[in-house]
Write a protein that binds this ligand. Structure first.
Ligand code: ADP
Ligand code: MG
Length: 422
């Protein structure tokens, strides 16, 4: 009998999650607290109607609904479910009513306190936190049971029985919260992924359009630049003193367009075997002047050797962008360290700076087209680097802490055959 009740209750607490995911695909939980609150309130009411009654106390999984409502819907949904539970419990009556009401309010305390910070945690952590919170009502119930027995003065074998009754409901409750939370996370993930895909599709079309425009603009720009250079040569009397300025701005426009086109479609013109440590030395040498100007120490102490097979100029471009960013983010006196190591069949390049770092919000935006925090920035550098490294079947990852610095890690596939040849 108890097992059947438990199974029925598990089904009831999972119903709102499945129902929500089935009917309301467009939104995820955090976005419509009222609906989530109503569904969980119905669930809590059903749990209580079909509760297991013993000794004036009612056992059921109402707390699963309460916890899910607070954690995934916020204070509004949680408040709705709490009110429903209080009303239903009052309607059920019984001699232990006051104790039961106190227990319900106490059980709602932990999920209530966590309701505003819960969504900031990582999805996997959220499931674990939800399960931990699921333990709380059982603790409260045992406490209430003990106080009620002490109050009514009947300490006998029914107390032990009741505690045994709390435990299966407690354990099933924790598992129910865990399962429902995991299902919630899956639905949230699916909704977010759908949104991402829609966004990516839009961006893709816009990107292609922009790329064709950029391509068309580049040709007249080259012609204008050529004629301006001719004019500059002929301008012996220096009538047009602003020509260098115009040329430098044209140069900048050209760099942006080339960067953008490179982003839209990185062209690997010449694939070859080369030494990665040599490329790193070259890039560091190239950027050392910039580092010195900024008062930053650029350290490169590679002893490892790694060989790759790809377009070396593209790789150089990707490295320059990343190292340049590191130097630019580091105030005078700081250091930027470039290191190379091997891990399995991958070469791992890490670029660590002791600069300003980024907030989690900034970190999540890095690599997005045109995202920049610099006055004269283009927001293309990182995007181009990411695109190039990914086209090389490599991976790029960012780790950052505000005030401490940033670490960019590039993982690139090694080309072992070359090791033998060299
Ligand atoms: P840009 O350099 O033109 O701003 P990027 O795409 O190269 O464009 O970089 C985008 C943004 O990412 C920068 O404006 C900066 O805010 C941030 N960023 C990139 N690298 C770092 C780093 N090493 N430390 C701190 N912030 C960084
Ligand atoms: Mg940059």
């Amino acid at each position: 009998m108890l097992t059947e009740k438990l199974l029925l209750h598990v089904l009831m607490v999972l119903a709102p999650v499945l129902g929500y995911g089935f009917f309301f695909e467009k939104k995820h939980f955090f976005s419509s607290p009222y609906l989530w609150g109503v569904l969980q309130s119905i669930c809590a009411a059903f749990c209580m109607i079909f509760a297991h009654e013993e000794g004036g106390l009612y056992w059921d999984l109402r707390y699963v609904a309460l916890i899910l409502a607070f954690l995934y819907g916020g204070k509004v949904s949680g408040g709705m479910v709490l009110a429903t539970i209080l009303v239903c419990r009052t309607a059920l009556g019984g001699e232990a009513l006051l104790f039961a009401l106190a227990g319900i309010v106490l059980a709602a305390l932990t999920p209530f306190l966590l309701s505003s910070t819960f969504r900031n945690y990582h999805p996997y952590k959220r499931v674990k936190i939800a399960m931990l919170v699921g333990v709380w009502p059982t603790v409260v119930q045992i406490f209430i049971l003990l106080s009620y027995t002490a109050y009514s003065g009947e300490i006998n074998s029914t107390l032990v029985d009741s505690v045994y009754r709390v435990l299966p409901f407690g354990i099933i409750g924790v598992l129910g919260v865990g399962t429902a939370a995991r299902l919630n996370e899956l639905i949230i993930e699916r909704t977010l992924m759908k949104q991402e895909i829609e966004k990516a599709e839009k961006l893709n079309t816009m990107g292609e359009l922009a790329a064709s425009i950029a391509h068309e603009v580049r040709n007249p720009l080259t012609v204008v630049k050529g004629f301006l250079q001719l004019m500059q040569k002929d301008d012996k009397d220096h009538h047009f003193s602003y020509i260098p300025l115009v040329l430098s701005e044209l140069g900048r426009a050209e760099v942006i367009i080339n960067d953008y086109l490179n982003f839209a479609k990185p062209e690997f013109k010449k694939l070859e075997h080369f030494s990665l440590s040599q490329i790193l030395s070259e890039v560091c040498m190239l950027l050392n002047a910039l580092a010195v100007k900024q008062g930053v120490e650029l350290k490169w102490g590679g002893t490892e050797e790694a060989f790759l097979f790809t377009d070396r100029n593209q790789l150089k471009q990707a490295l320059v962008n990343v190292i340049k960013n590191a130097i630019e983010a580091t105030p005078g006196g700081g250091t930027v360290t470039v290191a190379l190591s091997l891990s399995g069949d991958r070469a791992v390049v890490s670029i660590t700076d002791t600069g300003n770092g980024m907030t989690p919000e900034q970190l999540s935006r890095i690599g997005t087209l045109f995202y920049t925090t610099k006055e004269k920035g283009t927001g293309l550098g990182t995007t181009v680097s990411v695109k190039i490294i990914e086209s090389m079947q490599g991976k790029i990852s960012f780790k950052s802490e505000t005030g401490k610095g940033t670490e960019v890690t590039l993982r690139l596939p090694l080309h072992n055959k070359v090791n033998i040849n060299y």
